[in-house]
Design a protein around this ligand. Structure first.
Ligand SMILES: [Zn+2]
Ligand SMILES: [Zn+2]
Length: 273
């Protein structure tokens, strides 16, 4: 960890962490809404937002940022995460291991939250049936605490396998927050080359997660479709819906389906909307 941070008092460290996450949030929310405005012909759902949705999402963001800032400040200030000497290799390895580890972690967290017993903590996020950039971090207090296993406990555990790069971890968290926020915009900016089965092993098109919000089940993955593909929770018809949206035909109903649509088997113990 940089000495300048190590020497800070607790309140000053909290201030730096707060500035990091709030700046990322504000910049990416602005970018997401700007994309929606700049590409009106690439709108995903031509369905109005629920009444009071943006206010609800704002409250969720405040909860998420509060939990994140407190947890990350605690992790850094306590010195529990082991950081090694900075090098390009350590930075790249830290970023890559976090990128893969977070996807595996988030998939199981998300599946768990759809189990009947935990669903009440996840309903907050699903109040957004048509998403906005503010939907990404709009979660309940308990769900925000769940995310902290990915933001803090995962790197903490990894750092005892091998010391991490501080900048690799900070870079990954910035990437995670940015992708999450912009990826919830109700717009599809991706070119067709990004919407193939091969490309979505690395990054999803925006239609992909929009369908999770519209349909409730399926598409539990974060960032890439890989985990859904491995566990059979990927819809077959999303490429058709991507094609419609990319041709300027926004989806006019949350129930819209492609010809290749097939229902997914509901996982055992999963609760319904
Ligand atoms: Zn969900
Ligand atoms: Zn979401």
């Amino acid at each position: 960890m940089p000495e300048a941070l190590r020497d800070l008092s607790w309140p000053a460290l909290a201030g730096v962490v707060l500035a990091f996450f709030v700046t990322l949030t504000v910049a990416n929310v602005a970018l997401g809404f700007a994309l929606e405005r700049a590409m009106p012909k690439r709108k995903i759902f031509a369905v109005p937002l629920a009444e009071g949705q943006l206010g609800h999402e704002l409250v969720g963001n405040v909860v998420f940022l509060g939990v994140t800032v407190a947890t990350v400040t605690g992790a850094l200030g306590s010195g529990l995460i082991r950081f090694g000497e900075e090098s390009f290799a350590r930075g790249a390895a830290t970023f890559t291991v976090m990128l893969l580890g977070f996807q595996v972690f988030y998939y199981f967290l998300h599946r768990a939250m759809h189990v009947r017993a935990l669903l009440r903590f996840h309903r907050w996020h699903h109040e957004s049936q048509v998403t906005t950039p503010l939907s990404a971090q709009s979660v309940s207090f308990v769900e925000a605490c769940g995310w902290m296993f990915g933001y803090v406990a995962l790197p903490l555990a990894l750092s005892y396998v091998a010391p991490l790069s501080f900048w690799g971890l900070a870079g990954y968290l910035a990437f995670n927050v940015s992708g999450n926020i912009v990826g919830h915009a109700n717009v599809e900016p991706n070119a067709p080359a990004a919407a193939t089965r091969g490309a979505t092993l690395f990054a999803n098109v925006f239609v992909y997660h929009a369908l999770h919000h519209a349909r409730w089940t399926g598409h539990y993955s974060f960032q890439a479709a890989t985990m859904d593909r491995l566990f059979g929770t990927e819809y077959r018809d999303w490429p058709e819906l991507y094609a419609r949206v990319s041709q300027g035909k926004a989806l006019t109903s949350l129930q819209e389906r492609g010809d290749s649509y097939a229902p997914l088997k509901a996982p055992a113990g999963s609760g319904s909307r």
